[in-house]
Design a protein. Sequence first.
Length: 193
Amino acid sequence: MKVLLVNGSRRENGCTYTALTEIEKELKAGGIDTEILNAGNMAAKGNVDEAVKQAAEIMKTADGMIVGSPVYYASPSGEIMMFLDRLFSSAGADLRCKPAAAIASARRAGTTATLDVLNKYFLYNEMPLIASRYWNMVHGSKPEDVLKDEEGVQIMHTLGRNMVWALKSIEAGRAAGVEQPVTEEKVYTSFIR
Ligand SMILES: Cc1cc2nc3c(=O)[nH]c(=O)nc-3n(C[C@H](O)[C@H](O)[C@H](O)COP(=O)(O)O)c2cc1C
């Protein structure tokens, strides 16, 4: 089984990346393969279409997804929003019903507003949200700050273990004959007419 970890920061090895690698440790310890995609950096360089293409290809076979973003003006980065808008509108079918989580990295504030925005992509697409024991956030301006945020690091580790548990539970259910729910054709209503 495999989880795609998406770094929504322009900084390839910054705080968001550091938090994702803490989650990755627990995923690997649980026997889950991982891949980190630096979508934020690619988008900042004008390569958002390539980032979406790579993520869509990985998610055809990957079993779960974790999206991380730095907090910019109390919101997710513009780069991750551009990436997610495009990924979910073009590859939603390959993401559907796969467990997911969002994490946020901030110097100080804006984390819960950021998580709220990111979680809505998953909720729109029938993706079970994986929880930790607090909101999924770390604090810092530099990677070493994140590692000093002991509570934040513990939250990332717990999230990683909970993702392993969810993936193995879904796999066990599938082996026991529990099928993914069949999707219905979507009903669209207009509040104007
Ligand atoms: C454009 C910009 C806006 C930011 N806005 C916020 C903010 O609203 N709240 C906050 O706590 N930190 C803010 N920060 C700081 C980053 O969120 C923080 O340093 C984060 O951990 C950086 O993660 P990264 O190293 O993965 O990019 C901002 C940084 C930038 C570059």
